[in-house]
Design a protein around this ligand. Structure first.
Ligand code: MD3
Ligand code: FE
Length: 204
């Protein structure tokens, strides 16, 4: 398997999941979204909608609303139901690559339509910054950008394709990162244009 080093100790495993595994993952995500529907995340205070839609699986899920802002919680913000379980193949991925003793507590599912993006940000709503973040890309290719711990640090851009896995560990855990664009029509994995990103995390 090829594993590429990115700045600040991030690791990139292009095409880690093969076509069959990607199809199985999409089916598992569909089942999750049927129980825990995609919701529109809203910026704290302004209530401005983000362009991605989200859901979660695992004991905790990341949510954001105008009134209560960014947080992890055990229930879906609209249905009030607990999140579905994290699929076994993602728990196995975490066991194989996280180098962390405890299992992930949250798996955020981001769905990007062709026009969606995610601005440069840091992930800092977790209490445990020692645990890595593991990310899986499915569907259309995107242009991903990662920098350093300060917003002004230089960034590096590259394309993430369906089946790619990234491990954010060490200094990269606090790196600014974002998704600048989606390239619609670059994958036939999903029934529609768009991209799914899964992030596995430890929260507490
Ligand atoms: C670098 N997701 O959910 S995945 C996010 O493609 C998020 O949906 C993007 O940023 C996406 O917070 C990027 C790659 C990723 C995930 C978490 C990171 C990169 C990261 C945490 C720290 C540093
Ligand atoms: Fe992030």
């Amino acid at each position: 398997m090829q594993m590429e080093d990115l700045p600040n100790e991030a690791k990139w495993m292009p095409q880690y999941f093969n076509q069959t595994e990607q199809e199985a993952l999409v089916e598992e995500i569909r089942e999750i979204a049927s129980k825990a529907p995609l919701f529109v995340p809203r910026m704290p205070r302004t209530g401005k909608p983000m362009s991605v839609r989200m859901t979660n699986c695992g004991p905790l899920g990341w949510v954001t609303t105008k009134e209560e802002g960014y947080r992890y919680q055990a229930m879906h913000p609209e249905t009030g139901e607990p999140w579905p379980d994290i699929p076994q193949r993602l728990l196995t991925l975490w066991e194989n690559f996280s180098n962390y003793s405890k299992p992930p507590q949250a798996c955020l599912v981001n769905f990007y339509e062709a026009s969606a993006k995610m601005g440069l940000h840091q992930d800092r709503d977790e209490e445990d910054f020692d645990a890595p973040v593991l990310s899986v890309s499915l569907g259309d290719t995107c242009l991903f950008r990662i920098g350093g711990e300060n917003r002004k640090d230089p960034t590096k851009s590259f394309k993430l394709q369906s089946g790619d896995v990234m491990l954010l560990t060490g200094k990269s855990r606090m790196a600014f990162h974002g998704v600048d664009r989606i390239y619609p029509g670059t994958s036939t994995l999903l029934k529609q244009d768009g991209r799914i990103n899964l992030t596995l995390r430890r929260v507490t």
